[in-house]
Write a protein that binds this ligand. Structure first.
Ligand SMILES: O=C(O)CCC(=O)C(=O)O
Length: 278
C-alpha cells in the first residue's frame, strides 16, 4: 500500500497486514548523512546491546546496533519529527505519543538475521502471565518506523513480516516460527522509504546474502503512558534538549509529567485542576 490515506493507514496497521511502506519520505542527502554517521559509529564503537540476535550467536558482530541517535546528528532529530510520519503515527497512537527509541540496525554481509519476534513493550510476551489479563491488539502500544538507509532487497536481508499476526497478540512459538518462514512477506524498498508497522506483527531482519551492508534506522513510537525503552531524559544531551522544538520535547516525554509526588503538587497538576473544576 503506497501513500495511503491516514484512515487507511490506521486500518492496515490495526487489522490489515500490519505494515505499510511509505515511499521516499527522506531525500538522498539526508539518507547519505544518516548513513555516514551510522557507519562511523558502528565501525568504531564497541559492540552494543542488541536484542533478537538470531540463530548464530558467534556471528553477532555481523549485526551492529547504534543507540541514542538523537545525540549523534541533527538529521535524526529531524527524522523523528517528519510531518507525514507524525501525522500517521499520531492517528494510530494518539497525538501525544512519545519516542521509545531511535537506533540503527546494520546487518553486514553474511549477517545471519534475527528470529521472528514482536517489539517492545510486547517483546517478552513469551511470559504471557506478566501481561494484563485479556490483553489484545485493539489498543496499540507501539508503532515502529524503519527508515531504509540502503535499498532493502530479499538478497540483503529486508525485514520479513507475517501479515495479520498483530491481531493474535502473541509471541511466535515453534509452530508460529515455521509458519513465519513459509508465509512471510518482505518489506523491500528503496533508500529513503519508510516501513511503518505495528510492533505486534511478527517480523525480523533476514540474513544478508549480499556483498554490501543493509542498514535501517529503527524508530519506536509509543503512546504517552508507556515507559520508553531508551532513557531519553538521561540519555539525550542537555544541548539537544535545550534546542528541542515543542514537539521534540513531547517525544522525549517532558509533556507527560508522571510519575509525580501528587501529595506535594498543591493541586497544580492536571488531575488536580480537573478535580477542582468538577
Ligand atoms: O532491521 C530489521 O530489519 C528489523 C530489526 C528488528 O526487528 C529489531 O531489531 O527489533
Amino acid at each position: 500500500m503506497d501513500n495511503p490515506t491516514t484512515e487507511a493507514f490506521v486500518t492496515e496497521l490495526l487489522t490489515g497486514k500490519g505494515y505499510v511502506v511509505l515511499p521516499q519520505l527522506f531525500d538522498p542527502a539526508s539518507i547519505r548523512e544518516a548513513r555516514e554517521i551510522v557507519m562511523r559509529h558502528s565501525e568504531s564503537d564497541d559492540q552494543k546491546v542488541t536484542h533478537f540476535h538470531g540463530a548464530h550467536e558467534n556471528e553477532i558482530s555481523l549485526q551492529r546496533r547504534v543507540w541514542n541517535l538523537l545525540n549523534k546528528g541533527d538529521v535524526f532529530v529531524d527524522m523523528v519529527q517528519h510531518p507525514r510520519l507524525i501525522e500517521l503515527v499520531g492517528a494510530f497512537l494518539g497525538d501525544e505519543f512519545c519516542l521509545g527509541s531511535i537506533a540503527a540496525n546494520r546487518i553486514l554481509p553474511g549477517g545471519p538475521g534475527q528470529e521472528p519476534h514482536v517489539d517492545y513493550p510486547y517483546w517478552d510476551m513469551h511470559k504471557r502471565q506478566s501481561f494484563p489479563a485479556g490483553i489484545n491488539a485493539s489498543v496499540p502500544l507501539n508503532c515502529q518506523a524503519t527508515v531504509l538507509l540502503d535499498d532493502f532487497t530479499e538478497e540483503n536481508g529486508a525485514t520479513a513480516v507475517l501479515p495479520g499476526t498483530q491481531v493474535l497478540c502473541q509471541y511466535p512459538d515453534a509452530e508460529g516460527e515455521k509458519r513465519f518462514y513459509r508465509e512471510a512477506e518482505r518489506m523491500t524498498g528503496k533508500a529513503g522509504d519508510v516501513a511503518v508497522f505495528y510492533g505486534l506483527t511478527w517480523h525480523c531482519a533476514m540474513p544478508n546474502h549480499s556483498q554490501a551492508d543493509r542498514t535501517g534506522i529503527l524508530i519506536q513510537y509509543l503512546p504517552k503512558f508507556v515507559k520508553p525503552m531508551e532513557d531519553q531524559q538521561r540519555g539525550v544531551r542537555p544541548d539537544v534538549i535545550e534546542q528541542a522544538s515543542p514537539f521534540l520535547r513531547q517525544l522525549l516525554g517532558f509533556d507527560y509529567p508522571y510519575p509525580q509526588l501528587l501529595d506535594d503538587a498543591e493541586g497544580k497538576n492536571e488531575i488536580g485542576r480537573h478535580a477542582e473544576e468538577a
